[in-house]
Design a protein around this ligand. Structure first.
Ligand code: C2R
Length: 224
């Protein structure tokens, strides 16, 4: 027998740690996403149920914070990389300019909530990563988002921190690199993750091997 269910779920509230213990950033990305679950014969595809079970066992190690949901198209790459590396993470929008009190409570409570690394992304006058770094001893990785001035405004705002308050700044829009760096930090104390990072880097080398095979096919009169 084949049956079909349409389930509505509010993404932010499905996380085990969503709710009152996360001041200021609940429902910051409030959208309902429709999930489709197929059941075929005796073997239901229970991916969503498995995910919910998985989520109830997980506490985030990495927090991805962005100044606005307009930064999400860039920051999705960080989320995908962490997902691929099986690193539990949370993702929220907070702004040092627009929600300064919430940024303060987030930064002060981050370590106590079990987080190990913060990835903070912002564009334009990007105060957010530095303001977070000022209030926690967790490593903060800053991602300058390209908005105005080709992202140079955000890059300089994030990278030029005063002595004592570093933000490990990656390139403009380099969300994926931020996630790789976060994984490398966590891999110090997680041998399985270290192995996954090694595999990932081997995969990058393969890309160059393939590039050279393709370049071999390119012919010129004087190319030997
Ligand atoms: P909107 O698209 O919401 O107008 O935001 C955001 O990161 C975004 O790139 C435009 C840009 O403003 C940035 N923003 C900051 C901060 N808050 C928002 N740089 C901050 O606190 O640093």
């Amino acid at each position: 027998m084949t049956s079909f269910f349409l389930v509505l779920r509010q993404r932010t509230d499905s996380r085990p740690d969503a709710g009152e213990d996360k001041p200021g950033h609940k429902a910051l990305l409030p959208h309902f996403c429709p999930l489709i679950i197929w059941q075929f014969g005796e073997k239901p595809l229970t991916l969503q149920a498995e995910n919910q079970q998985l989520h109830s066992d997980m506490k985030p190690l990495v927090s991805i914070i962005m100044g606005s949901t307009s930064d999400l198209p860039v920051m999705e790459k960080a989320a995908q990389l962490l997902d691929d590396m099986q690193v539990p993470f949370e993702m929220n929008a907070l702004s040092a300019h627009r929600t300064p009190a919430e940024v303060e409570s987030f930064a002060r409570e981050a370590e106590g909530r079990g987080l190990r690394v913060i990835i903070a992304a912002a564009g334009m006058a990007a105060a957010l990563p530095g303001v977070i770094a000022a209030q926690t001893t967790l490593p903060v990785i800053g991602v300058p988002i390209k908005g105005m001035l080709d992202g140079l405004d955000a890059l300089l705002s994030i990278v030029q921190m005063p002595p004592g308050i570093p933000v490990a700044t990656v390139g403009v829009n380099a969300a994926q690199n931020a996630a790789v760096l976060a994984c490398e930090m966590l891999a110090f104390t997680d041998e399985d993750l270290a192995a996954r990072v090694r595999e990932y880097k081997k995969g990058l080398a393969q890309k160059i091997v393939k590039a050279n095979q393709a370049l071999d096919e390119v012919t010129y009169k004087y190319k030997v």
